[in-house]
Design a protein around this ligand. Structure first.
Ligand code: SF4
Ligand code: SF4
Length: 363
């Protein structure tokens, strides 16, 4: 079984979309613009910048834009290059861009076994735009080409009257119920996106029996205080500018395009996570950024067994998603952890002061 050396969470700065979901993080801030990611570097150069040699081994990439990821045609060629390098790639998409899926279907079949789609299921938009059939045709095309996938719903209060309808449609087209994430408001404490109490919200959506939802419910709102290896075992990368950070917080570590022949700098964030909670811990935590934390493996949060016995994940993808980062990386002893924390402290203090000043200004 291949071991996962690092989890690379890539941001694509496309901030436009063909959908207008009411709960979209970009919509919440009226940030929709016409920015479509156009890369300055050839896909082959990007591959070199992210080679197995430079990253230390086979990695899991997550590719997600601010808007619709597949609007940018460059994403297809970059994905192909990362797959040719031997990495695994997950693409987050609204599932509507049929032409892009047709392009992907021409990839070598062997590459498809390393490719996974997170098909977000934006039911109300799909119905409004009469795209429901097209969406499931695209899912089917990717499945037939050997890719893995999941269907995921962002549960919102507006969607509650359609729960039965959604279940019926998903059972018909993909043989199982969708997984459920937790919607979030893009405000300071990043609370759940609902008018209900969190307990009520959990009661409503747990009927989908989604491991994704069940796990996220246990970590949502929990400030992480343990030693976290984000910054080393995982990074947050702006794939267009090349800026690589420890996580959604923390410091900038390097720029992957600066000198593609040079080693990359990694440094764990340690006990200095600056986020109110680990809202994408369904990936970071299940892959094992905090090794002492017991979690399910990531495949459990993504897979479903269909009515016909087939699964949404291929065997190869399932087995890679079962990896834990500690299997390919050495843990640090307590003295090294202390040194890391001392180095990270000034950044945290500076951030706290900045936040305090910002809050005072608001008052
Ligand atoms: S499909 Fe995604 S990016 Fe587009 S509006 Fe909906 S949530 Fe936002
Ligand atoms: S706890 Fe989560 S949000 Fe915080 S640094 Fe680690 S991975 Fe990132």
């Amino acid at each position: 079984m291949e071991k996962m050396k690092r989890f690379i969470d890539c941001y694509i700065p496309t901030e436009t979309c063909n959908f207008r979901c009411h709960y979209c993080y970009i919509t919440q801030h009226r940030k929709f613009n016409s920015n479509l990611a156009k890369f300055d570097y050839e896909p082959e150069v990007i591959r070199k910048a992210l080679s197995k040699k430079r990253l230390g081994g086979v990695c899991m990439f997550n590719i997600c834009a601010g808007g619709e990821t597949l609007l940018s045609e460059d994403v297809i060629k970059i994905t192909e290059q990362l797959l040719l390098e031997g990495h695994y790639v997950m693409i987050v998409t609204n599932g509507s861009m049929t032409n892009r899926f047709k392009e992907i279907s021409k990839f070598d079949r062997k590459l498809m076994s390393h490719l996974f789609f997170k098909f977000s299921f934006h039911y109300l938009e799909l119905v409004r735009m009469n795209l429901l059939e097209k969406y499931f045709e695209n899912v089917k095309l990717m499945e037939e080409c050997g890719a893995s996938y999941t269907i995921e719903i962002t549960p919102t209060d507006e969607l509650e009257p359609y729960i039965d309808e959604i279940k019926e449609v998903c059972l018909k087209y993909v043989g199982a119920l969708p997984h459920i994430t937790i919607g979030r408001k893009d405000s300071e404490d990043i609370p759940p996106l609902t008018q209900h109490s969190f307990e009520e919200y959990k009661k409503i959506w747990k009927e989908f029996n989604s491991e994704m939802f069940n796990f996220k419910s246990t970590i949502f709102g929990e400030k992480r205080k343990e030693f976290c290896y984000a910054g080393d075992w995982s990074v947050y990368l702006n794939l267009m500018s090349g800026e690589m950070r420890q996580c959604y917080c923390g410091k900038v570590l390097d720029n992957i395009y600066k000198n593609v022949d040079k080693e990359l700098k990694f440094a764990p964030i340690g006990n200095c996570c600056g986020m109110p909670h680990c809202y994408n811990g369904h990936a970071f935590l299940t892959f094992g950024d905090i090794p002492e934390l017991e979690t399910p493996t990531y495949d459990k949060l993504r897979n479903r067994v269909k009515k016909d016995g087939k699964e949404w994940l291929s065997d190869e993808m399932k087995s890679f998603m079962q990896s834990k980062l500690k299997d390919a990386n050495a843990e640090l002893d307590s003295s090294k952890k202390n040194i890391i924390n001392l180095k990270n402290q000034p950044i945290i203090i500076l951030k706290k002061i900045k936040r305090k000043l910002k809050n005072e200004k608001k008052k």
